[in-house]
Design a protein around this ligand. Structure first.
Ligand code: MG
Length: 497
């Protein structure tokens, strides 16, 4: 038994109701993105807002706060119990810090802002979205002030997505990365092997064939389809967990360039596996799901890039890959190059392993300036375009392929982008440690022996849920925190040797 302390047990009993609400909201969220009829959106979002309020009220109820305070004063709690107290204190601190007026205003402005952003992007008309973005930035600056920070207002926002991460940490990592990524990119472009257009990128595929491939890969990975997991279709691929025994992923079939659906499935599998391998003793508790966005993304990127885009993977599954007609007569090396094309592009979500993080560096730079107020919203397009040209050598011709491309700002998710890069960095860091500890990571991939890889991830990351904050978990499992050197080495070995 992990939870033996009587006060902690009381706390967890009270927490169960909050858990149940979040379980219900996850089901509703999944349904919204998959099967709900289009016009149900309005009622669903009202229901969702009410349930969020209920969860908030439960957390801030006097009885709950009293037990939480008592719990925090208990001596000799074990790690699991301490984790519960840490996570709940953090949630309560955040909930208490923000005045209801601000929470309501942000909810309203982002709801309207999301609609405006969609229209603005479709029409390529920044003016439709600009007033909302201005409000969102101002409210977010207020939010940062209420949350509090030591050095930089952006710290307060980063911490919401990646507990304990600071602007200074990210600055250091990104300053290290930027010139090195540019150097790899320049070399890849001058050599041409990975940067040439690949014919399969334009070729159409049959949905049934791609579906077959996706399912076969999931089966090889040991994804418990039908038992504890589902794969469905949605406009944007995502993973959602109702609990440790019900985790669902989605993909989409665009009808051309079949690697897009394949890698979205492998990516989401990585997210799902994290949730599926959390220790069942942690169910119904506040530590029973993934600890941060960065750690979560490290799991998806590990499977997508380190495993899925490797030669070992292509060789192991070439027969399955050839089930998709466009790949039928292609040899493994050709498929490997197709899986790994590198091209400076304008759109983040289409970016490859080399250029992706440059898109994130751009957003991080702009977000910091927005939050300190050094840059006004109407100055953003010019800055965006200049920085894009500077980092990637390409310049957007319109807003839709420039600063209107991402949904994040319209939702008020400022401080979120860096976690994508943190995850990528960590994925190759984990690969390095795994390769050493398991005496050859890719030998297991070639043998399709994924159990040993899954067990390693379970032991080092998954089973702990949110028991430890991110940096502590990394220190405990790998004796170091986020370190960008592994990723640079990974890229150099992959693309330059
Ligand atoms: Mg992801």
């Amino acid at each position: 038994m992990y939870f033996e302390n009587e006060v902690i047990k009381d706390l967890l009993r009270l927490y169960r109701r909050v858990w149940a609400l979040s379980h219900a909201m996850s089901v509703m969220g999944w349904d919204l993105e998959t099967y709900m009829p289009a016009e149900g959106v309005e009622e669903r979002s009202v229901a969702h807002a009410e349930l969020s309020l209920m969860a908030q009220e439960l957390l801030l109820r006097r009885e709950f706060l009293e037990v939480l305070e008592k719990a925090s004063k208990q001596e000799s709690l074990n790690d699991y119990e301490e984790g519960v107290v840490r996570v709940l204190e953090r949630e309560v601190r955040i909930a208490k810090a923000l005045p209801p007026r601000l929470v309501e205003e942000l909810a309203r402005v982002t709801q309207e802002g999301r609609v405006a952003w969609k229209v603005a992007r479709e029409k390529n008309d920044l003016e439709v979205f600009r007033p909302y973005l201005e409000k969102i930035v101002n409210l977010t600056r207020e939010k940062a002030n209420y949350l509090g920070f030591k050095e930089h207002p952006y710290d307060a926002l980063l911490d919401l997505y990646e507990e304990g991460m600071t602007t200074r940490d990210v600055d250091t990592m990104f300053t290290y990365l930027e010139p090195r990524l540019r150097k790899v990119l320049d070399k890849v472009l001058s050599e041409g092997r990975y940067s040439a257009d690949h014919p399969l990128e334009k070729e159409k595929y049959l949905r049934e064939e791609a579906e077959k491939l996706n399912l076969a890969i999931l089966e090889a990975f040991g994804f418990p389809l039908g038992k504890r997991a589902r794969l469905d279709v949605s406009a944007h691929p995502f993973t959602i967990n109702m609990g440790v025994r019900d985790v669902r992923i989605t993909t989409r079939y665009e009808g051309y360039d079949f690697k897009r659906t394949l890698f979205s499935v492998i990516h989401e599998f990585g997210h799902a596996l994290y949730e599926l391998q959390i220790d069942e003793e942690l169910r119904y508790t506040p530590v029973g799901s993934g600890v941060s966005l960065g750690i979560h993304e490290s799991q998806s990127r590990f499977w997508e890039n380190v495993i899925g885009r490797s030669r070992a993977f292509v060789n192991a599954f070439i027969d399955l890959i050839r089930l998709v007609s466009p790949a039928r007569n292609r040899d493994p090396e050709d498929i490997y190059v197709y899986f790994n094309t590198v091209k400076p592009s304008l759109i983040r979500v289409d970016a490859d392993e080399v250029t992706y993080n440059l898109h994130i560096i751009l957003r991080f730079k702009l977000e910091k300036l927005m939050i300190t107020g050094e840059v006004k919203v109407n100055e953003l397009p010019e800055l965006w375009n200049n920085e894009m040209e500077n980092l990637l050598g390409v310049r957007p011709k319109n807003y839709s392929e420039g600063l209107l491309q991402d949904i994040h700002w319209s939702m008020g998710s400022i401080g979120y982008f860096p976690t994508y890069t943190l995850g990528t960095l960590l994925s190759s860091q984990i690969a390095h440690h795994m390769d050493r500890d398991l005496k050859g990571l890719y030998t297991h991939v070639i043998n399709k022996d994924f159990q040993v890889i899954k067990d390693y991830l379970r032991e080092k990351i998954h089973r702990w849920g949110s028991v430890y904050p991110p940096k502590k978990l990394l220190l405990k499992s790998f004796s170091e925190t986020y370190n960008p050197e592994y990723f640079v080495r990974y890229l150099e070995e992959k693309f330059l040797s």
